[in-house]
Write a protein that binds this ligand. Sequence first.
Ligand code: NAD
Length: 342
Amino acid sequence: MKTILITGGAGFIGSNFVRYLYEKYPKYRLLVLDALTYAGSVRNLPESGFDSERFQFWYGNVRNGELVDSLVSQSDMVVHFAAETHVTRSIYDNFQFFETDVIGTQVVANAVLKYRNRVELFVHISTSEVYGSATTPLMSEEHPLNPMSPYAAAKCGADRLVHSYWATYGLPTVIVRPFNNFGPHQHLEKLVPRFITSCLLGEPLRLHGDGQASRDWMYVGDHCHALDLILHAPPKKMAGQVLNIGTGVSYSISDIAKVVKDLMGTPEIPIRFIDPRAGQVFRHTADTSRIQHLLDWKPKTSFEEGLQKTIEWYRGNSDWWKPQLWMREIPLTTPAGTRAIH
Ligand SMILES: NC(=O)c1ccc[n+]([C@@H]2O[C@H](COP(=O)([O-])OP(=O)(O)OC[C@H]3O[C@@H](n4cnc5c(N)ncnc54)[C@H](O)[C@@H]3O)[C@@H](O)[C@H]2O)c1
């Protein structure tokens, strides 16, 4: 029986991955460590998990070395998602971002180093935000790292820290750089759920700048599938890899607003343009040839299909998202010096 430690497993992507593993691999033991910040919830975890011997939830902080050591010492693999993740929040207070994303990663990496004889693979979830705005139409793993926001800078620090543990100590690390994800259980502060719930509530959609900033949007189920392949490839083949995960296609924020409105049957909902967000990345599209070549992975879910599934989930789960409504708006001072709601 394999034991997998998942940090940040009560958040959006982490919990999708925990449910994926829990359903697909009944013989695996899953340890979930999560500090249950505003972004995490035990309601995201598999319902029957709490009665199961092969599932343990640990309410705790990734900066707690003793706790992390004890969990890593029991694990064959570690998948590290835990992070502060909202770019806009990192603009007005980045303290927790560096504490959790950088120092938290150092704690996890140190525990893996301590128990290197036990741990076969340490998968660090980085982000495409480490690249900053694209200098080439498709961004490969060799694209320069030019983080544009404190969130991206913290994640970049963590990304390079993990790289250094591979280079210095030969730890079996994989750095995954996912592009934008969407799907069920994503916090309402993020764009896609914000648009969907605005349509459900009949409110205007708020778009930053001119709405032309474009990103590569991937359905979270495809991300889980890629991580599954990474965990099940020979660890020697994976060690030291840096892998983009995305679709290779980008959509502007305006495109997304339009598709969401159309799919939800609410084309009449108006769009309200607000000030551009500082630290905005303008174009982001993945070159995924490396993971395609190594693991024969390609996303299976089209953008519309993924959005449809996501819309259905938010339609059916208003009791999950209604308490988050007040967190959709973040007051910020804009580059022009005015106060705006982002
Ligand atoms: N969502 C995306 O589009 C996206 C894209 C690329 C990369 N990522 C990365 O994927 C990972 C997961 O992102 P997400 O969207 O699921 O984030 P999220 O904000 O939904 O979840 C983060 C989880 O980490 C937990 N957490 C925060 N601080 C912690 C701490 N100190 N100790 C333990 N747990 C802590 C939270 O409680 C929450 O459950 C992050 O590392 C993020 O940087 C996300």
